[in-house]
Design a protein around this ligand. Structure first.
Ligand code: UT7
Length: 310
């Protein structure tokens, strides 16, 4: 198996200032704080006002670059995972490139793999970096989901929020930095989870799918990497519902303390959820050879995982 070697340089996030609380939602639809907290784990989510997906992506990327004092002049690849890009073309990544003032040869494009988008993007970037044609890459997940949320549908409107997360990586020569990926899709393209004008979802069906594929995806990548679950320091799952994470923890006998969870504050931010969580984890735990397993799942149905070492 091809194992690209990548070094994490830095990470960043951006969350808009405005929030939607459970109490705010109680005024919009027939719901209540107790139901939302006990069924989802969500307390607040952020809401973009003036910020577009490209603006949030740019601000997350800039936070990552500034943190490492890394010049955009050295970035040769930008991938943005999003389902809520500003427009069809130019891409969100093109807009980020422009906002960063990058005028040298740099490849930038968007991908859509719903909530798995960041994990797919990380694999694409890692394989491209292995070609040695690119000095460094920004992989960004950015979503403005509140713009596709129907605030008359209590089944979905309590779940989603806005934000962006970014990861800055470069090729590495060290075996310590071998990355592993397992990404795939199990086509379910009818009405289980769609975003046409608004997000529409068969919650129960997606829930059952999620618990099943997170478990399979973790097992599969551990097998490919020839590692046991005990060799993983932390698990960063897509943040869709605390009960999904708890169900996986129980089914796989992995203690909840090993899962990094922030759904309480942000709700489900689709492609942004894993990089936001990773960025917070890296801020709290400066790189020291920790193995991080990320696992995404979502519309399509897409799913996949990645193991990287900090
Ligand atoms: O990021 C993409 C992946 N997305 C996901 O992973 C989401 C997966 N699904 C879920 O997280 C959960 O299925 C939901 C949070 C969406 C729903 O939770 P649930 O426990 O599966 O509830 P349910 O859909 O089975 O509905 C149970 C009851 C229903 O009432 P009845 O028919 O039993 O009378 C719903 O109408 O809860 C009702 N309900 C609500 N009640 C208060 C649904 N939404 C609400 C609400 N407030 N916001």
């Amino acid at each position: 198996m091809n194992k690209p070697k990548i070094n994490i340089i830095s990470s960043g996030k951006y969350l808009p200032k405005d929030k939607i609380t459970n109490q705010d939602l109680e005024k919009m639809v027939d719901t209540n704080n107790e139901w939302i907290v006990s069924r989802t784990g969500i307390v607040t989510r952020h809401k973009a006002t003036h910020e577009t997906a490209s603006e949030m992506a740019y601000l997350a990327a800039k936070a990552a670059l500034d943190k490492a004092n890394f010049s955009p002049d050295q970035v040769d690849l930008i991938i943005v995972a999003t389902i809520t890009g500003d427009q069809m073309t130019p891409s969100t990544a093109n807009l980020v490139q422009k906002k960063l003032g990058i005028e040298h040869e740099c490849m930038s494009f968007d991908i859509n793999a719903a909530c798995t988008g960041f994990v797919y993007g990380l694999e694409i970037a890692s394989q491209m970096l292995a070609s040695k044609k690119f000095r460094s890459a920004l992989i960004i997940g950015s979503e403005r989901l509140t713009s596709v949320t129907n605030y008359e549908d209590r089944n979905t409107c309590v779940l989603f929020g806005d934000g962006a997360g970014a990861l800055l990586i470069e090729p590495s020569n060290s075996n310590k930095h071998e990355a592993y990926f397992f990404n795939t899709a199990k086509p379910d393209v009818d009405d289980s989870l769609t975003v046409r004008q608004y997000i529409e979802m068969d919650g129960r069906k997606v829930f059952l799918f999620a618990v099943d594929v997170i478990k399979r995806s973790i097992e599969r990548i551990l097998e490919d990497a020839n590692l046991t679950k005990d060799a993983i320091d932390v698990f960063i799952p897509h943040q869709a519902n605390i009960r999904i994470i708890q169900a996986v923890s129980k089914a796989m006998d992995i203690p909840m303390e090993k899962f990094v969870v922030n759904i309480e504050h942000y709700g489900n931010t689709s492609a942004a959820s894993i990089p936001i969580t990773l960025s917070e984890y890296l801020d709290a735990n400066p790189p020291k050879n920790q193995r991080v397993l990320m696992v995404g799942f979502g519309g399509g149905f897409t799913y996949g995982s990645a193991i990287i070492t900090t």
